[in-house]
Design a protein around this ligand. Structure first.
Ligand code: 13P
Ligand code: SF4
Length: 308
């Protein structure tokens, strides 16, 4: 890591009155540089509270869009405009409108991994950390449509006993983790606790001891007496786990569980973003106003660890 790039970022960050937010899947050097690291929910809460004038979002586009929607008076920078989330693009606003027409009167819950337009068409957003609590809080007599992640949706349906209408979206990185991966890791480390993300398939979740968002994994490990964990999520989390609790051992369920979009962010790109104040993420006012309502509902159902 070049010290001069880090120094230049620090100097510019102060001059621009900027805060750097990084998701738990970011490359280690980006996590180390950030003012706050966290899961999608924790980062949304940090964005909505910050006094900074500029937010440099080290994550993928939907995360930066969420910050821009929650903070209309701030400049939100995404250091690589190509950093998208393929799952977020698996449903369009037009497709959601069609689905709503097929289920009139249903409450629409959209995973925060979605476009601003899809959020604007939804009644409420959720993240992997609060989907279960959020769905539990909805009226029992209403049908619920859940988009776009079928795996988080299925998990939420199992946990709440609610019959959700699902959309066939999925995360390309998480579905690479297989049952065989978990079985092999368990055979090798029989004493390890298996934690997986709810974006994993049903079969993988079925072999896990814990199904957790990335922020919940960090909290779980902090409170656990176990010394070994098999980790079924994107491998960027291993840096955060090792940093927070270096005494335990973390075994990635699969080395293939990499999100290439998360890895697009580099220190050089963070520096360029602050130098040029590019690329600014903006959302048309009418869409932002609608999407904000869905996001505000999401940030009302926040477990204490994510409040920071
Ligand atoms: P978390 O909110 O659990 O960090 O997950 C975000 C994500 O994109 C998972 O793939
Ligand atoms: Fe999207 Fe999957 Fe990457 Fe998360 S890990 S940002 S869901 S592609």
């Amino acid at each position: 890591m070049s010290r001069s790039v880090v120094d230049k970022i620090s100097e510019l960050r102060a001059r621009r009155k900027a805060v750097v937010l990084a998701h738990n899947y970011q490359p280690p050097e980006v996590q180390d540089l950030a003012d706050f690291c966290g899961d999608s929910l924790g980062l949304s809460v940090q964005a909505s509270r910050t006094q900074a004038e500029v937010i440099v979002f080290c994550g993928v586009r939907f995360m930066a869009e969420t910050a821009a929607i929650l903070c209309p008076d701030k400049v939100v920078l995404l250091p690589d405009p190509e950093a998208g989330c393929p799952m977020a693009d698996m449903i369009t606003a037009a497709q959601l409108r069609q689905l709503k027409a097929q289920h009139p009167g249903a409450i629409v819950v959209c995973y925060v991994n979605s476009t601003a337009e899809v959020k604007a068409e939804s009644d409420t957003c959720c993240t992997s950390a609060n989907a279960v609590d959020l769905v539990r809080s909805l009226p029992k007599d209403r049908q619920i449509v859940f988009v776009p992640d079928q795996n988080l949706g299925q998990y939420t349906a199992e946990q709440t006993g609610r019959d959700l209408v699902l959309w066939p979206g999925y995360c390309r990185s998480h579905v690479l983790i297989t049952e065989d991966d978990i079985r092999a890791a368990k055979a090798r480390y029989p004493d390890a606790v298996v934690m997986v993300h709810p974006e994993c398939t049903e079969a993988v979740r079925g072999l896990a001891d814990q199904v957790l968002s990335t922020g919940q994994m960090l909290r779980f490990v902090r409170q656990s007496k176990a010394k070994r964990f098999i980790v079924g999520t994107e491998i960027g989390i291993l840096h955060a786990l090792n940093k927070e609790n270096p005494d335990a051992q973390y075994i990635p369920a699969s080395d293939r569980a990499v999100c290439p979009n998360m890895k697009r962010i580099t220190l050089d790109k963070v520096l360029w973003a602050l130098e040029d104040m590019q690329v600014q993420v903006t959302i048309p006012k009418d869409i932002a106003a609608q999407a904000r309502k869905s996001l505000q509902r999401m940030t009302e159902v926040v477990p204490s660890y994510a409040k920071g």
